[in-house]
Ligand binder design. Structure first.
Ligand SMILES: *[C@@H]1O[C@H](CO)[C@@H](O)[C@H](O)[C@H]1NC(C)=O
Length: 271
């Protein structure tokens, strides 16, 4: 009896705690910018077309318009694509991840397999070609010029061009944001890489150990710059996601002895 009564008192007490906890969690989630509301979710599928550039080695995809340089070193590998102007958004789509599947073409592989690619480059318009005859990347077309290895995951390369369905998906990254430094003693140019979640970046701030937060301006691709003298100071960064508008702070990413040409990795990342 005693044990049963104590059990019942235990459980109703526990139940009350659980109910309060659930209410706390629910109100926290709805009343603040907590993680669940900013986590990037896959978008709906849309129609576009895809071609490929370069060969099986994907060497032509290195050094693209996002500024990621050698894609093996920067971690993007060969599953990449150059985006047409409307998708590239002047570089603000750099780092975004897409699922692409070939549809309605006899060249599609059976079962319409999905290739997952990261935007690393711009497919520029060619105004001397009509947009329905070679000028595939001309506005207003949504078009993916994929690396050949990525294209070969969805269709036979002989197709040349295929209709595709595509959607944005979260970028799954290991480890924190990576910052590659360029510039000089009064101009810091930072390439942001290994961005998780939506994968894209809308803006950045830098803070030296002896300065406040300094707003950085968009330079090109996935790079941001500050005209400031930051040598000899530990550097922290604040990064805002383009799509989710979530901002995260990466404290003391680079030590006071930082130098250009090096890459520094934070522990913080989007997801
Ligand atoms: C643009 O198209 C023209 C006509 O087909 C071609 O000769 C030229 O090489 C193309 N330009 C680029 C940059 O691909």
């Amino acid at each position: 009896m005693a044990s049963s009564s104590s059990t019942s008192s235990c459980c109703s007490w526990l139940g009350l705690v659980m109910a309060v906890l659930a209410m706390t969690v629910a109100s926290f989630g709805s009343s603040s910018a907590a993680v669940p509301s900013t986590r990037f979710r896959p978008t709906a599928w849309s129609l576009a077309h895809a071609t490929f550039y370069g060969d099986e080695t994907a060497s032509e995809t290195m050094g693209g318009a996002c500024g990621y340089g050698n894609l093996y070193n920067s971690g993007y590998g060969t599953n990449t694509a150059a985006l047409s102007t409307v998708l590239f958004r002047n570089g603000y789509a750099c780092g975004a991840c897409f699922q692409i599947r070939c549809v309605t073409s006899p060249w599609c592989y059976r079962g319409s397999p999905i290739a997952t690619v990261t935007a690393t480059n711009l497919c520029p318009p060619n105004w001397s070609q009509r947009s329905d005859a070679g000028g595939w990347c001309n506005p207003p077309r949504a078009h993916f010029d994929m690396s050949k290895p990525a294209f070969m995951q969805i269709a036979q390369w002989k197709a040349g061009i295929v209709p595709v369905m595509y959607r944005r998906v979260p970028c799954v990254k290991r480890g924190g944001l990576r910052f590659t430094f360029q510039g000089n003693s009064y101009w810091l140019l930072v390439y942001v890489m290994n961005v998780g979640g939506a994968g894209d970046v809308a803006g950045m701030w830098v803070k030296g150990s002896r300065t406040g937060w300094i707003s950085m301006s968009h330079n090109w691709g996935a790079s941001y710059q500050a005209f400031a003298t930051l040598g000899g100071q530990a550097l922290s960064f604040k990064v805002t996601s383009y799509t989710t508008r979530q901002t995260i702070v990466a404290w003391n990413v680079a030590p006071p002895s930082w130098s250009v040409g090096l890459t520094y990795q934070a522990t913080a990342n989007f997801y």
